[in-house]
Design a protein around this ligand. Structure first.
Ligand code: PLP
Length: 399
């Protein structure tokens, strides 16, 4: 590979750019994971995680991808043949469904068009029909990274309440936690699933759970086979600051640093920053005259923007071009929208100028690839970020 001067722009929607502070925090000798120094590290991290998940309950950290944490959620709470209600919001919901079926759960998959999120009214109606309460769990992807659609979780929660249904509520927050408001306790979520490499700004390698008391109670009667993923083992050891097997020690150093960074910036400011970048990216797309994949403005994602390529133009050839020429990695279309869209990730450790650079890379690429568009997308994004009422860090706002 030839040397590429300057910084690479990693604008896929995860893994995200790892901040230098996190890289430096991980660049340390690995310590004895059964020693006292390690126990205090674990305890400190579990406490800091609670602030981000917004829970006072149990946290589990697995050395795994987000996919592993999906599996851990299902096998700890359910039994073979249990019915799970899922919604086809995109590729990640589809993958989670496939996993559930492989694990011999019975999945009811409400169909979707990949351009809308979960309809809370439809969900409520479906749950009301289930008078016998055969549905054991509802599992939703908060932010569908494949489509750039964020489900309205607070409304989904209310739909469960209005239906008076006792189902467990599982949420994949892999690309939303640390990017947009999330309330594990207040939204009465039973298991929140996430991974280290998106809003948490770490390299891949950690799967995390926040777990409600109701989920812990369900775990007592769960009959799914489990060993590595068993909460019994991990929660028991974690309480004393340890793990049942070798943890990803250096990623935990990184996690401690990343959680400190989120706390120093302030979660409200982190969410405002993501909201501003989402708005600015969408303004650029509109100015280019291109189409956003999501159709409902209430569901726009603030961590990833998915753009439909005009017919006759190949988004993957376009992505190859932006990589070659500008050292900019954009996300590809997944599943049903493969070959139809490209995605701009703007989550994690990211600022206004990095966004302008990324959008300039997209605009230059559109020009070079001969994709019909109007110039001025970057200008439109600048207008959003410099507006007097721009969503900015409240701590930095002039008085
Ligand atoms: C990235 C992602 C996953 C999968 O995480 P892996 O670490 O790749 O297994 C799951 N769900 C969502 C919404 C994601 O964005």
């Amino acid at each position: 590979m030839k040397h590429r001067p300057g910084r690479h722009f990693l604008q896929i929607p995860g893994p995200t750019n790892v901040p230098d502070r996190v890289l430096r925090a991980m660049d340390r000798p690995t310590i004895d994971h059964r020693g006292p120094e390690f126990a205090s590290l674990t305890k400190e991290i579990l406490e800091a995680c609670r602030a981000v998940f917004r829970t006072s309950g149990a946290i589990a950290i697995f050395p795994s991808s987000g996919t592993g944490a999906w599996e851990a959620c299902l096998v700890n709470t359910l039994s073979p043949g249990d019915k799970v209600l899922m919604h086809e919001t995109g590729q990640f919901a589809t993958l989670w469904r496939t996993m559930a079926e492989r694990l011999q759960l019975e999945v009811e998959f409400l169909p979707g068009d990949w351009r809308h999120g979960v309809d809370p009214a439809e969900l409520e109606a479906r749950l009301r029909e289930d008078r016998q309460h055969a549905i054991r769990a509802v599992a939703i992807v908060h932010n569908e990274t494949s489509t750039g659609i964020t489900n309205r979780l607070a409304e989904v929660r209310r739909a469960l309440d209005h239906a008076g249904h006792p189902a467990l509520f599982f949420v994949d927050a892999v690309s939303s936690l640390g990017c947009m408001p999330y309330e594990h306790d207040a939204w009465e979520i039973d298991v929140t699933v996430t991974g280290s490499q998106k809003g948490l700004m770490l390299p891949p390698g950690l799967g995390l759970h926040a777990i409600s008391k109701k989920a812990l109670a369900a775990a007592k009667s769960s009959r799914m086979p489990k060993s590595y993923w068993s909460w019994d083992e991990i929660l028991g050891s974690n309480r004393d600051g340890f793990f049942p097997y070798t943890p990803a020690t250096n990623l935990l150093y990184g996690l401690r640093e990343a959680l400190a960074m989120l706390s120093e910036e302030g979660l409200e400011a982190v969410f405002a920053r993501h909201a501003r970048h989402g708005e600015a990216a969408r303004a650029a797309v509109r100015r280019w005259g291109l189409e956003l994949l999501p159709l409902d403005s209430r569901e726009y994602s603030n961590s990833v923007t998915t753009v439909l390529m005009p017919p006759g133009h190949d988004p993957d050839a376009f992505r190859a071009l932006t990589f070659d020429r500008y050292d900019l990695s954009l996300g590809m279309g997944l599943g049903k929208v493969k070959g139809k869209v490209f995605r701009i990730g703007h989550l994690g450790d990211f600022n206004d100028l990095m966004l302008m650079g990324s959008l300039a890379g997209v605009e230059l690429g559109l020009r070079l690839a001969g994709v019909p568009h109007h110039a001025g997308g970057v200008q439109a994004a600048m207008d959003v970020c410099s507006a007097r009422d721009a969503v900015v860090n409240p701590r930095l706002q002039p008085v």
